[in-house]
Design a protein around this ligand. Structure first.
Ligand code: BV8
Length: 236
């Protein structure tokens, strides 16, 4: 029985773009609707909690109208022949809906809420979070999101995965947000890295890869080409 190769799939907002969820840095990105520090930072939340709660309530409501696209489905189907871990910067639940079974959310999840005063108090939350929602200890409930300036709790888990993978597929991320954007540097030497993006940003860490293969184009058409590249490489 052949041992399955371990593939890390690192995704960003671009993998959900064709499902209708706006990316952050493309022309009509979310951030342009709002100053990032106003809606995605602890300072922003303390300055105007109602604005921040509504920003995430709106994105949580949108989750009910969107569906996984061909890229999310191809990633889930990879599990038939590979041992796959999805490490996503996205806070949507489209990888879950597509059927992926090992998912690490580096930057949190829209479908959960946590206590502002007790980070261990985390609840599944698919409705709105309002200023009257408090945890049992009386602290304000907040989106279960890693804001700018906040530590990334799942980082060690993600590094462990990348450190023992056989290959990496990067899909739809501008590779600008750290520490997520540095994860490829923890991969074993000479690991093949496939990068699916219509506008790939070869950051410093990627520029040091000896086996970077760019698949320039949208996730729904290029993800399967990257997967086929790895199947051919491993003669699967
Ligand atoms: C931390 C939750 C320390 C919010 C997010 C100066 C230099 C370097 C770093 C820093 C710096 N100043 C500050 C920092 C650190 C900062 C950072 O990296 N800032 C950047 C902006 C410079 N990072 C942090 O603050 C992190 N924390 O460092 O903590 C610490 C340690 C200990 C104790 C205390 C503190 C926390 C970062 C997490 C922030 N939260 N999300 C929310 O989602 O609302 S990040 C946010 O950006 C999203 O999660 C998003 O996923 C992520 C990355 O963006 P992308 O996913 O890449 O999206 P983007 O729009 O940029 O790109 C889309 C891509 O898709 C493009 O490439 C495009 O071409 C492509 N695309 C478009 N269409 C398609 C497509 N691809 C395929 N198919 C298509 N159809």
């Amino acid at each position: 029985m052949r041992v399955k190769k371990h593939i890390t799939v690192l995704t960003g907002a671009g993998v959900s773009a064709e499902s209708g969820i706006q990316t952050f840095r493309d022309s009509n990105g979310l951030w342009e609707g709002h100053d990032v520090m106003e809606v995605a930072s602890p300072q922003g939340f303390s300055n105007n909690p109602a604005l921040v709660l509504e920003f995430y309530n709106e994105r949580r409501r949108q989750l009910k109208q969107v569906h996984p696209n061909a890229a999310h489905i191809a990633i889930a189907e990879m599990e038939e022949v590979f041992d796959v871990t999805v490490i996503t910067q996205n806070v949507d639940d489209l990888h879950e809906k597509a059927g992926s079974s090992h998912i690490i959310h580096l930057h949190g999840e829209l479908t959960k809420a946590s206590s502002s005063g007790d980070s261990t108090y985390i609840k599944i939350w698919d409705g709105t979070i309002s200023l009257s929602d408090k945890c049992p200890k009386g602290f304000q409930m907040r989106p279960f999101i890693v804001w700018f300036g906040e530590a990334v709790p799942m980082l060690e888990r993600a590094i462990e995965e990348v450190a023992q993978c056989d290959a990496i597929i990067i899909i739809g991320t501008s590779m600008q947000v750290y520490p997520a954007a540095s994860l490829t540097s923890y991969a074993p030497p000479n690991v093949p890295i496939c990068y699916v993006d219509p506008n790939p940003n070869i950051n410093y860490e990627l520029s040091r890869s000896s086996r970077l293969q760019v698949f320039k184009g949208p996730a729904t058409s290029e993800t399967k080409n990257a997967i086929q590249f790895l199947k051919d490489l491993y003669q699967i």
